[in-house]
Design a protein around this ligand. Structure first.
Ligand SMILES: [Zn+2]
Ligand SMILES: [Zn+2]
Length: 271
């Protein structure tokens, strides 16, 4: 029986004879059902219609994606302790597996939030590794599997120098990855859209729903600031291929939090 994939958000569902009647991710306020209605595909069909591109951003950080569904882009992060697939994309074909195995394979998968769960179980099987998700978002797992590990609390260390940080915000379990050795030791954060790189690539923003323009509260923004405060980093990789803060990312985060709070409190205390 097929494992159907939603073409609008990329979520893969558990095995079923017929496609699900609706996509719970797209029906929810943080996503949307396209005007043309819901449609479904499978991994086999996707391998005929989409091909992954790979882009090396810096030594040890490679973007992977095919512009499918939301346009998700995953990152292969090659650290001294092992390779992490950060976030996930639905498209997984033989060429992608061969290319990643040539880069040392994947020792762990970690994902920021449910909009990137996609075909994570297929990836875990192809590379014989586990998937690390924050337990607060367990209700959004549409294809349960023994490869999925749920972590609780504020941080989770994959291994030395690679830490998952729970920021919340966009999703209750919203997570970013901190790689201390990245960017030549200046530190890297991979954030999905938990910390969303703005179109100008000079600022970050933070929302409950990006497509439906639902902001976060002051409390949620302050929680993000507190979660990130202990970590040093200079480069931040966001959710699409072109969404990167190339330098001073920590001060960009701090000034972006101040700008956001100024906007929602009517003080606009930024320049
Ligand atoms: Zn969907
Ligand atoms: Zn999202």
């Amino acid at each position: 029986m097929p494992f159907f994939i939603c073409t609008a958000c990329g979520m893969q569902y558990a095995e079923s004879e017929k496609p699900p009647t609706q996509c719970v991710i797209c029906e929810e306020e943080r996503q949307y059902v396209p005007p043309s209605g819901q449609s479904w595909t499978t991994l086999e069909a996707l391998s005929q219609s989409h091909m992954n591109s790979m882009r090396e951003y810096e030594p040890g950080v490679t973007g992977i994606g095919a512009g499918f569904a939301i346009g998700q882009r995953a990152l292969l992060v090659q650290t001294s302790g092992g390779n992490v697939l950060w976030d996930c994309v639905a498209t997984l074909d033989a060429a992608t597996v061969t290319a990643i195995k040539g880069l040392g394979g994947i020792q762990a998968i970690a994902i920021s939030h449910p909009h990137f769960y996609t075909t994570m179980v297929e990836w875990a099987r192809a590379f014989d590794c586990h998937i690390h998700l924050n337990a607060a978002d367990r209700a959004w797992i549409m294809r349960p599997d023994p490869a999925i590990y749920l972590w609780e609390g504020d941080t989770f260390k994959l291994w030395d120098g690679v830490t998952l940080i729970r920021c919340g915000g966009h999703f209750e379990g919203g997570t970013v990855l901190h790689w201390a050795e990245g960017a030549g030791g200046r530190g890297v954060v991979c954030s999905g859209d938990i910390l969303a790189v703005a179109t100008d690539r000079k600022w970050l923003s933070f929302m409950r729903s990006y497509p439906n323009f639902i902001p976060l509260s002051q409390k949620e923004i302050e929680r993000i600031g507190a979660a990130m405060a202990p970590f040093s980093f200079d480069v931040l990789y966001g959710h699409y291929f072109d969404r990167v803060i190339a330098k001073d990312a920590k001060s960009v985060l701090e000034k972006s939090i101040a700008r956001y709070l100024g906007a929602i409190n009517g003080t606009r205390g930024y320049s």
